[in-house]
Write a protein that binds this ligand. Structure first.
Ligand code: G3H
Ligand code: 13P
Ligand code: NA
Ligand code: ZN
Length: 328
């Protein structure tokens, strides 16, 4: 059944687990997530970005999610709109049946320039007012995601120089978080604690802690009833990186967020963990390998099935590690 983000994350808080929120663009990703959830009895958050909506087309994306709900009636599903760049985007998603929306007011509508605090409060508050009237949950964001080393916002290829951020924006301020929640009424809050979007998060293999879990604790202590969200939380699996590069790919050396640090965050109030890159890498690696090993194949179902299986493996690992397996 389709449920709201608030319903799911309240249950997660009561039972001390976290939820991976996987980005979806096509049928294979949704199949993979649902098969994994079915295998370990986990609830599910499926989220669509603006990029996903323009790739699939909003009706296709919506009907794919609704097909998953129909096929797995025993699994609670949240249909979440990721990174709304302005209130109108969120209103459109509410109208089309999403049970949760993110108003990302931490950036201006161009999604590249940091916004003022007042702009963030005002745009987010507007979305909450309308969304709550419709029974839809709202995620806000305070602080900007970027590398704590370089201040760079995440980039797809690891080479972009776009958006170098002021260091003070890279960590969410706990006092400001309390004020933001009071003024907006958000159900969930994405915080900046050292993660960044995309595959190129850390240049060296993490040995100690790479995230500011101390900051998670401080924020959670001030806003205990608001569910904390970690964006940019792919772990960038080393085995899939190697497969991609061994079968004709050329990704640079890079490291993601260790699952153990996410689990630490979940112990201190993180309830939603956004993952996109990991499924992209598993699917690309599986397809590259299949086509290399089966040069005569021209039936896309054969390699797409490999991609689905590879993504399912990652999903099941995360459901188990985050404690949501068995919670559906
Ligand atoms: O937050 C960004 C997600 O990884 C979605 O990426 O805009 O390429 O669909 P996308
Ligand atoms: P990753 O790029 O780490 O997978 O993060 C995805 C995300 O935060 C989507 O909102
Ligand atoms: Na989101
Ligand atoms: Zn994100």
């Amino acid at each position: 059944a389709l449920i709201s983000l608030r319903q799911l994350l309240d249950h997660a808080a009561e039972n001390s687990y976290g939820m991976p929120a996987f980005n979806v663009n096509n049928m294979e990703q949704i199949h993979a997530i649902m098969q994994a959830a079915d295998a370990c009895n986990s609830p599910v958050i499926l989220q669509g970005s603006a990029g996903a909506r323009s790739y699939a087309g909003e009706p296709f994306l919506r009907h794919l999610v609704l097909a998953a709900v129909e096929m797995y009636p025993h699994i609670p599903v949240v249909m979440h709109q990721d990174h709304g760049s302005e209130p109108a985007v969120c209103f459109r998603s509410i109208q089309s049946g999403f049970s949760s929306v993110m108003m990302d007011g931490s950036l201006m509508a161009d999604a590249k320039t940091p916004s003022s605090y007042e702009y963030n409060v005002e745009t987010t508050r507007k979305v909450v007012e309308l969304a709550h009237a419709c029974g839809v949950s709202v995620e806000g964001e305070l602080g900007c995601l970027g590398s704590l080393e370089t201040g760079m916002m995440g980039e797809e290829d690891g080479h972009g120089a776009e958006g170098v951020l002021d260091h003070s924006m890279l960590l969410t301020d706990p006092e400001e978080a309390a004020d933001f929640v009071r003024k907006t009424g958000v159900d969930a809050l994405a915080i900046a604690i050292g993660t960044s979007h995309g595959a190129y998060k850390f240049t060296k293999k993490p040995t100690g802690n790479v995230l500011r879990i101390d900051r998670v604790k401080e924020i959670h202590a001030r806003i205990p009833t608001v569910h904390l969200v970690m964006h940019g939380s792919s772990s960038v699996p080393e085995d899939w990186l190697e497969i991609i590069n061994n079968y004709g790919g050329d990704m640079g050396q890079t490291y993601g967020v260790p699952v153990s640090e996410i689990v630490e965050g979940i112990k201190h109030g993180v309830r939603k963990v956004n993952i996109d890159t990991d499924l992209r890498m598993a699917s690309t690696g599986a397809i590259r390998k299949h086509l290399h090993d089966n040069k005569a194949n021209f039936d896309p179902r054969k390699f797409l099935k490999e991609a689905t299986g590879a993504m399912k493996g990652i999903c099941q690992d995360r459901f188990e590690a985050f404690g949501c397996a068995g919670m559906a």
